[in-house]
Design a protein. Sequence first.
Length: 561
Amino acid sequence: MEKRALIAFVLSMAIFVVWAYFFSPSQPPSGPPSEETPAAAPEHPEQDRAVPLNQETQEAVSAPSESPAEKTTAPPAQTRDITVRTKLYTAVFTESGGRLKSLTLNQYRASIEPDSPPKELVTVKSPADWPLGLSFLREDGPDLSQALFKADQTKIDLTGASNQTSLVMTYTDPNGLQVVRTYTFRPDSYLIDMRLTLRNLSTATIDDNLVVELASEPFMQKQRYSFAGFGAMVDDELLEIKVKDLEEDLEKIKNRNYVLNWAVYEDQYFLAGLLPQDKEKTRVQAAPLGERGVRIKFINAPLVMPPKTEKEYNFTIFYGPKDYSLLKSLGNDLHRAIYFGWFDILSKPLLILITWLYKYVPNYGAVIIIVTILIKILFWPLTAKSYKSMKEMQKLQPKIMKLREKYKDDREAMNREMMQMYRTYKVNPMGGCLPMVIQIPVFIALYRLLDYALELRHAPFCLWINDLSAPDRLFHFPFQIPLMQEPAGIPVLTLLMGASMLIQQKMTPTPGDPAQAKIMMLMPIFFTFIFINFPAGLVLYWLVNNLLSIGQQYLINKRTT
């Protein structure tokens, strides 16, 4: 029993570390088809109906007589860029297609370097893939991809403003379709409202589906094993789908009616997406863009627009950080995009605790130490019971070895005698493992939190540790070391953590089986190897936890001797 319990505990901890390092659990996904094959128009209970143009609008525009189905190509024209500055971001729109060309975050930098530029969230290289492109579902529909959307202004500065401001961009197709984009910006919010107004100025009816496209590639050049891909809130369920699984997983909701709260491209720290106002009629498709990017299509309900009518669509755009308190304050369920895996229900309260403590202790390294101490205090009785049980089992090792030798050919009799001995001495063979197993969910929850929390990105601690989200390196070598993530250097915290585990193993009552003892002594080496590329914040937590465990074990050993 003791051997099985010990091996089970060791294997569970090893599996936990390997699983957390190589895999990122996500909610069961589902969704529509890939764009690689032609998609039929989404099924809806009813079509969208256009409303008649008011008299003022009819007088303001002239209506060409050509049918919108007879697509023509407009002559090339000079396009301008429109720069929008707010307190939180700087965005650049282009009149070519009315798309978003660039968006940088004023409060986040691309790297830890002092001269690092602001973080850019429009990462696609090709102008044809810039976000917020418009198109129609039918191939013979009007071509809006390179249309010239004339802007009513070229510069908006809200850095010192308190009121929202709008940018109006208008395009009139030669065949009689007019599209008006109205972007509304707030000085202190990452949210951007986008109103799309379609007007049929021709003499023919338009029957099609308007499509809004959002393409994105990873915001981070280097990803460890964190999730990056498509995310959506469908029927109040979070979907997170890796790029390679898009076609298969999204096929599951292809022909089903659902409520779409939002769809985004997300990685470890940032996300970009759209929130449709018409949640019940908007359908979403997604397909890979390159190796790790995603092209998302928001397909609106079938639209029938008779001549001299108009139709309006409304979306909310979000480009920003995965800041839990920020997303929670928006009130649109975007905060649910922050998902820490199977133990998310424990990670979220720990995140709230960490951000609350930071208000009073403005150093996330110190906050990690405080939280580790609090958790150790919380589980102190359980760990104390575990150590005592292991100590009692150690005292029985000579008797256990004699039983094994006596009944080496009769396993059933050996187990029966060992159970009788446990009852006689009132020892629970699982007493050393069960208290530790109970703590594992909390350990995993904190582990996931420290590996994914935006708050630790570029957060300094002390001395050489200037980024708790990156592996700690004292000195940077001019060469690369195999299996060590760049930059190569001395992983001081990781080595200290390995040494603390070794000390802890030396203080732990050794099992009677020599093979088990060897396995336990290999654990510090195994953990040091695994943690060498882990974020410094996570290694700091593990180191402090080990030091506290050593202190606790010392006190228990002193009292029992």
